[in-house]
Unconditional design. Structure first.
Length: 151
């Protein structure tokens, strides 16, 4: 019987623990007190999970401490960048898919200005871009996961 050195779960015949994802050695290792402190609790179901886990293995809910998104971004910088060029604030926040889509839609609005419909669409696009970058920056600052898709 082989147990995970981090969470203690039985992982016979596996190289990685299905519970916390830690590498498992061939021989059984006792769980030390230091590795016990490297756990957290799932924000949804309360299960004890590895501190590095992005998704709870018990309930499947994404945890709020996602390393790929930085919460140290300034909301006001993102807003000003988004006011200068719609989508630039999203690049600053690390949301490139949203940024590219907003920039492409803004270019389409600029082209449509020659047909007068862009005069209405561009301000709406600007308002949406500023609102979304504000909402996304605040969510990131609160440690929430922000999906990188426009709709």
């Amino acid at each position: 019987m082989v147990n995970c050195p981090v969470c203690g779960r039985e992982v016979d015949g596996k190289k990685f623990c299905p519970n916390c994802g830690s590498a498992v050695m061939e021989e059984e290792k006792p769980v030390d007190s230091q590795s016990k402190t490297e756990t957290k609790y799932c924000s949804n179901c309360g299960a004890e999970i590895d501190i590095k886990a992005e998704i709870c293995p018990k309930c499947g809910v994404r945890q709020s401490n996602i390393n790929s998104q930085s919460s140290d971004k300034n909301v006001w910088v993102a807003l000003v960048l988004s006011l200068l060029v719609v989508g630039l604030g999203h690049f600053y926040l690390g949301l490139p898919k949203k940024a590219i889509m907003l920039i492409v839609l803004t270019i389409v609005c600029w082209i449509l200005i020659f047909f007068f419909i862009g005069i209405i669409l561009y301000p709406l696009m600007l308002i949406y871009g500023v609102y979304d970058v504000y909402k996304s920056a605040n969510a990131m600052a609160n440690g929430e996961y922000v999906e990188d898709k426009l709709f």
